[in-house]
Design a protein around this ligand. Structure first.
Ligand code: NAD
Ligand code: UD1
Length: 339
């Protein structure tokens, strides 16, 4: 039995593939490498001593999907493949809806034709919009995401809810990630954004390694203790392990469930900069800049439902997240070779 991992060469996908291989699962990765490098999977193979199957291709390619489902004994799918840059989604909405929404529709159609009904979907806390209160539990209503990327995630959630309601054979997990961060403890795989990073921790770590001059802290006047935005940063290895727990749960429970994958603790932008300084041993230059359009002041998870249902909790704290990020960034200052 094989698990199909779409987008498995990417940041979260590669860490999940590593954990799946380490626990004896057989894995087939489908990735078009639009935002990743094959090197991530080569390193996963070196770290685990097991080589995942790999097909370079697009999740919107129905003919290819049909072939993969025919040729492999696939028992479930983890669907990471998608585009994730918020600003880019504002400039190129059609590309985002096509990749994220059409991609998922095509995948589900191929799964249905192949009689495969176990699906884990990479959703995001962005589906909650600007929350009325924190921490955010799954019982909080989904809100109004402020950009096409966020709306594409919410649309896919709604499509999958309709699918599960229409056909009881499906078992589907909507995993709402809070802010993934960190890297594998080996320092061999990590986040390797193309171009200038949009997200905070890759930006900080590229300043630390001298690739960028200084961090712009987006807003110093939020109603938070130090005036900077608060988020729930979750170690990518904890996040990966959440997928294993969800896959296991889905094998025993049909229907659709949403789970927050977060730690339950929020840190401010300045907390993050100072924690990174402690990990890398030198100061990080930063300046307070205007707020970024679309940002909310504070957001962190109530992770209780995942703990109750899945027996999963994040284990890795801020210091380890920063140490692992620094090990990855300082050992690979330009990311994976050949990008
Ligand atoms: P990533 O860009 O590193 O990984 C996505 C992978 O999918 C890449 O390897 C890319 O090449 C591949 N891909 C994109 N479109 C594809 C297509 N049409 N066909 C085949 N492969 C395709 O991103 P990530 O951070 O690992 O995110 C994984 C998933 O989690 C995405 O769906 C993302 O939206 C979601 N997510 C990420 C975050 C985050 O902060 N990283 C937060 C919430 C949700
Ligand atoms: C962003 C996306 C969200 C997506 C998530 C993961 C927006 C509005 N939201 O979340 O949809 O799911 O990434 O990909 O873009 N910050 C700085 N300076 C920087 C970068 C960030 O101060 O250079 C601050 C932000 O204002 C925020 C925090 O750091 O307070 C985290 O930002 P970021 O890493 O971009 O994640 P989110 O905005 O939470």
């Amino acid at each position: 039995m094989t698990l199909l991992i779409t987008g498995g060469a990417g940041y979260i996908g590669s860490h999940t593939v590593l954990e799946l291989l380490s626990t004896g699962h057989d894995v087939l990765v489908l990735d078009n490498l639009s935002n990743s490098s094959r090197e991530s999977l080569a390193r996963v193979a070196a770290l685990t001593g097991r080589t995942p199957g790999f097909v370079q291709g697009d999740v919107r390619d129905r003919t290819l999907l049909d072939r993969l489902f025919t040729q492999h004994d696939i028992s479930g799918v983890v669907h990471f493949a998608g585009l994730k840059a918020v600003g880019e989604s504002v400039r190129e909405p059609l590309r985002y809806y096509d990749n994220n929404v059409t991609g998922t529709l095509t995948l589900c159609q191929a799964m249905m034709a192949a009689d495969v009904h176990r699906l884990v979907f990479s959703s995001s806390a962005t589906v909650y919009g600007d929350p009325a209160s924190t921490p955010i539990s799954e019982a909080c209503p989904t809100g109004q995401p402020t950009n096409p990327y966020g709306r594409s995630k919410l649309m896919v959630e709604q499509i999958l809810q309709d699918l599960a309601a229409a056909d009881p054979r499906w078992s589907i997990a909507l995993l709402r990630y809070f802010n993934p961060a960190g890297a594998h403890a080996s320092g061999r795989i990590g986040e390797d954004p193309r171009g200038t990073p949009n997200n905070l921790l890759p930006y900080i770590s590229q300043v630390a390694v001298g690739r960028l001059a200084q961090v712009s802290v987006f807003g110093g006047d939020y109603p938070t203790p130090d005036g900077t935005g608060i988020r729930d940063y979750i170690h990518v290895v904890d996040l990966a392990l959440g997928h294993l727990a969800a896959l296991d749960y889905l094998q025993r429970h049909p229907g659709l469930q949403a789970w927050n994958l977060g730690t339950g603790t929020g840190y401010s932008v300045l907390d993050m900069i100072h924690a990174f300084e402690a990990a890398c041993g030198h100061a990080i230059a930063y300046t307070i800049a205007p707020r970024r359009a679309g940002d909310i002041a504070a957001c962190w998870a109530d992770p209780g439902k995942a703990a109750r249902d899945l027996g999963w909790r994040a284990q890795r704290g801020l210091a380890q997240m920063m140490a692992d990020t620094w090990r990855w960034q300082s050992g690979n200052p330009d990311g994976y070779p050949g990008d």
